[in-house]
Design a protein around this ligand. Structure first.
Ligand code: SF4
Ligand code: SF4
Length: 422
């Protein structure tokens, strides 16, 4: 358990930012060397004060040292936009190589929390969904009871078993085809699985990303208590946001430990495949794969030299990458007829879909602009017919981008193509 730290604590790291600007683009020495844009916020606003984690270190100094008058409503508005229009995608974090690196995403969210405490956040849209989540346990303003409408199409649905499918809000309310495909896949594989039914609440991700703390803790406590009490052995989710929050953040922030193993559907399927339990039929398609930030670079683990024995106190030593980069790709490659072609930006250097970090609700033009950029990147890969992503939120935003562009490239969830192949 790490507990939340305040801005002053993070200042020991963001003060080490050398302002080199490496975080403004994705660069790899190769071979072959590559260079590409990585920061959706900076690309949209084209302002240095918005670009990458360098800008956030400037703003952290300004806030802590009272260099800006945060009682001035015009400055409050500017500061809110600068901090809350970041996707917290981690693209900048994956580029930085100084001691600031391990803390970047957590620090940006702490900046948001700091502004929330000053009454300068969350955004209007985030406040609206905060109320909806408190009332109905979902950010979409739908009733809690309608969360389970998708269940009606699933035969013999249970609320017990070895495995519980945590659908999450987006698949339950907005992308029910993804929830139904997940149910269909689990059933076709003969798994002993069930759902939480009325006991499934929002995982808390939208609130955590907005710098809020109290409500997500209550949601976490509820979900953990129920899953532990029911004795499920595995929690499987098809959403990258739920995966990160359930698998990492409940314990990290609040010490709330799930007894069940948390798995994304892609690693669940990969494990099944490695045991020889996945017989996939032909689906002819040329596809590309979009890495969701929350199940990729957000899961990177950083080793820090706390006692200074290896380098110096607080030195960033190395990064371990347990993020799910290969499992979804391995599942895709196992489907006969599927040809997987990579986009230029992938894995640690992937470009965000544009939706995360509260951006789809608070800054929809920025979210759409980013999605269009990503879809254009997919269109530039020769022959690609489909963008596959293992996250309903990415699928939705990229789909919106494709629609706005009039693109012929289809956007679907990984679980849908697996369902087709089974
Ligand atoms: S955050 Fe890291 S990469 Fe960006 S300017 Fe600072 S030291 Fe350089
Ligand atoms: S987290 Fe993403 S959007 Fe935010 S500054 Fe870093 S690269 Fe830009």
């Amino acid at each position: 358990m790490e507990n939340f730290k305040d801005l002053k604590w993070y200042s020991q790291f963001f003060r080490k930012c050398s302002k080199c600007g490496t975080c403004k683009s994705a660069y790899s020495y190769g071979p072959p060397p590559t260079n590409a844009t990585i920061c959706p916020q900076g690309e949209y606003y084209k302002l240095d004060s918005y670009y990458g984690s360098r800008s956030k270190s400037f703003l952290g100094h300004a806030i802590l040292e009272n260099k800006v008058d945060l009682t001035d409503p015009a400055i409050q508005e500017d500061m809110q936009r600068a901090i809350f229009s970041c996707n917290v995608c981690g693209g900048c974090q994956s580029q930085c190589m100084l001691d600031y690196k391990p803390w970047i995403c957590d620090y940006i969210e702490e900046m948001r929390h700091h502004l929330v405490n000053m009454g300068i956040g969350p955004t209007k849209a985030e406040k609206a969904y905060q109320e909806k989540i408190v009332k109905d346990h979902n950010p979409y303003g739908e009733t809690h009871s309608s969360r389970f409408n998708w269940h009606k199409d699933v035969k013999d649905l249970k609320t017990d078993g070895d495995t519980v499918y945590f659908a999450g809000c987006t698949a339950s309310y907005r992308r029910t085809e993804i929830a139904k495909s997940t149910a269909s896949v689990l059933t076709k594989l003969g798994e002993d699985w069930g759902v939480m039914a009325e006991n499934e609440y929002c995982c808390g991700s939208p609130l955590l990303r907005a710098g809020l703390r109290e409500e997500p803790e209550k949601l976490a406590q509820h979900n953990v208590d129920y899953i532990n009490d029911q004795g499920f052995k595995t929690v499987v989710t098809a959403c990258s946001g739920c995966y990160k929050v359930l698998g990492k953040e409940y314990e990290k922030w609040w010490g709330l430990k799930l007894k069940a193993k948390v798995m994304h559907t892609s690693e669940y399927l990969e494990e099944k495949m490695n045991k020889g339990g996945l017989k996939l039929n032909k689906v002819p398609a040329t596809v590309t794969y979009h890495d969701p930030c929350h199940m990729g670079r957000h899961l990177n683990h950083y080793e820090v030299d706390w006692d200074g024995k290896k380098q110096w106190k607080g030195a960033f030593i190395e990064v371990d990458k347990p993020g799910l980069y290969e499992a979804p790709r391995n599942v895709l490659k196992a489907i006969p007829g599927v040809e997987l072609k990579e986009m230029y930006r992938n894995r640690d250097n992937s470009f965000c879909c544009g939706a995360g970090g509260g951006i789809k609700a608070s800054y929809p033009d920025l979210a759409l602009n980013t999605a269009k950029t990503r879809v254009e990147e997919a269109e530039n890969v020769e022959g690609v017919q489909k963008i596959i992503s293992p996250c309903p939120f990415c699928v939705t935003n990229l789909g919106d981008g494709a629609k706005a562009l009039g693109s012929k490239v289809e956007t679907i969830d990984l679980i849908q193509i697996v369902d087709q192949a089974l």
